[in-house]
Design a protein around this ligand. Structure first.
Ligand SMILES: *Cc1c(COP(=O)(O)O)cnc(C)c1O
Ligand SMILES: [Zn+2]
Length: 404
């Protein structure tokens, strides 16, 4: 670990590590559930210390980590494979296309990275209850990591979350409270719970270490490409915290003098859940009134990290776009049939965006590496692709029953 402070991403005030826990005490006063978070904190490290200690031959990622190693949960998270996908790349006119398969985390999604760090922080603080609101994956992730440490997890999820995700979190031993309402309702209730009854709140972006946890995906991409900054990284966007975390990875590397430029971040949202996209395009924020997308993990009315996500896109000279559910499900099938990677609809949204981008005037140049972040495993929601495919009927086990 390297020493760090927290800085408010809105007013710039600096706080020591244990002076604050969630939002900036000043800017957070204006926050109320139902608007994007205000006063989100970012960890600022001693970048000179990182620069002098970092060695590419033996990278010590703990230098970039905001919690001491002794508190890390005993469950391996991250270090997911980054693979080159030439068949798919050729179809998209990209000579160097890669997929980072984060569905291979223990609970099957990138959310394990955030949960890992927040559980580590709870152990440092000696807290034994962690509370979260989730569309499903953050809850499964928290439940899995808590199972490895014996920490209690209390989870608020929309009752309509995909079955497999609900099964996971119950099986991991969390206390699961399905909510008759949306993810945004669950978010508000979990804040009220930790304010009035206690526990450490793991809500995305609200706890600053969720962003730091997700950052590790970006650090790994850099290392796995042979310490090269990709041209672009395509990320599906719900609350905008994965996007913010990947951006933070490259910002940290740049501040430490280890890289010279940022990758362009391509943020992709579902058409019905497009609050961040419209915010980037117009500079004016408004909710996505009716986020009905089948990509449940990115179905959000009011993205908690809307402000940070917009800054990440602008700062990286990136862009956002939206795709329909039809495009998402066909990207999911394309990825599966061209690469062998089965990712849930939210994970395939990044590819759906890249396909759309490559068909238009802003298409990416063919040369540099482009990375698609596949954020969750396909088996988490088999109902979604089942709406477009049919499983062949059974036949008698004889050669005669097989058509030629
Ligand atoms: C949470 C999630 C996302 C979106 O991440 P945000 O930080 O909410 O933008 C994308 N894909 C999957 C599989 C997720 O679980
Ligand atoms: Zn502030």
């Amino acid at each position: 670990m390297t020493p760090f402070s927290y800085r408010c991403t809105d007013c710039g005030r600096l706080y020591s590590r244990d002076e604050v826990r969630y939002l900036c005490p000043e800017c957070g006063k204006s926050y109320r559930p139902g608007i994007p978070l205000l006063g989100v904190l970012e960890a600022v490290f001693d970048y000179d210390a990182i620069r002098s200690a970092f060695d590419r031959a033996h990278p010590d990622w703990n230098l970039f980590c905001a919690v001491e190693k002794e508190f890390h949960p005993p469950i391996p998270v991250g270090n997911t494979p980054l693979g080159r996908v030439d068949r798919l790349g050729a179809e998209l006119g990209l000579a160097s296309l890669w997929v980072k398969n984060d569905g291979l985390n223990p609970s099957g999604s990138l959310k394990d990275r955030a949960s890992f760090l927040v559980v580590a922080e709870a152990r440092r603080l000696g807290m034994d209850l962690i509370v979260a609101a989730s569309t499903g994956n953050a809850a499964s992730a928290l439940a899995a990591v808590c199972a490895s440490t014996g920490t209690r997890a209390l989870i608020f999820v929309p009752e309509k979350a995909p079955k497999a995700k609900l099964v996971q979190m119950v099986l991991y031993g969390a206390r699961v409270v399905p909510i008759k309402g949306t993810y945004d309702d669950a978010f508000a209730l979990s804040l009220e719970y930790t304010e009035k009854r206690g526990g450490l709140n793991r809500n995305t972006a609200y706890h600053p270490l969720t962003i730091e946890g997700k950052k590790t995906a970006g650090l790994e991409i850099w290392a796995q490409l042979g310490f090269q900054v990709p041209e672009a990284i395509c990320v599906s966007v719900g609350d905008g915290v994965i996007l913010g975390g990947v951006h933070k990875a490259f910002v940290d590397l740049q501040r430490a003098g280890l890289i010279e430029r940022l990758p362009r971040l391509i943020g992709v949202q579902a058409e019905s859940s497009d609050a961040i996209h419209r915010y980037v395009e117009t500079g004016v924020y408004s909710d996505a009134a009716n986020p009905t997308t089948r990509a449940d993990s990115i179905s959000v009315t009011c993205p908690s990290n809307a402000h940070g996500a917009r800054r990440a896109i602008l700062d990286s000279l990136g862009l956002t776009l939206t795709v329909t559910d039809e495009e998402i499900l066909s990207a999911q099938a394309l990825l599966a049939s061209r690469t062998g990677i089965f990712t849930e609809p939210a994970g395939a949204t990044a590819l759906a965006g890249l396909i759309k981008l490559q068909a238009g005037p802003q298409r990416l140049a063919a040369s540099g590496p482009v990375v698609i972040l596949a954020t969750g495993h396909g088996l988490k929601d088999v109902e979604a692709p089942l709406s477009r495919i049919s499983i062949p009927p059974a036949v008698e086990p004889s050669l005669a029953s097989l058509p030629l």
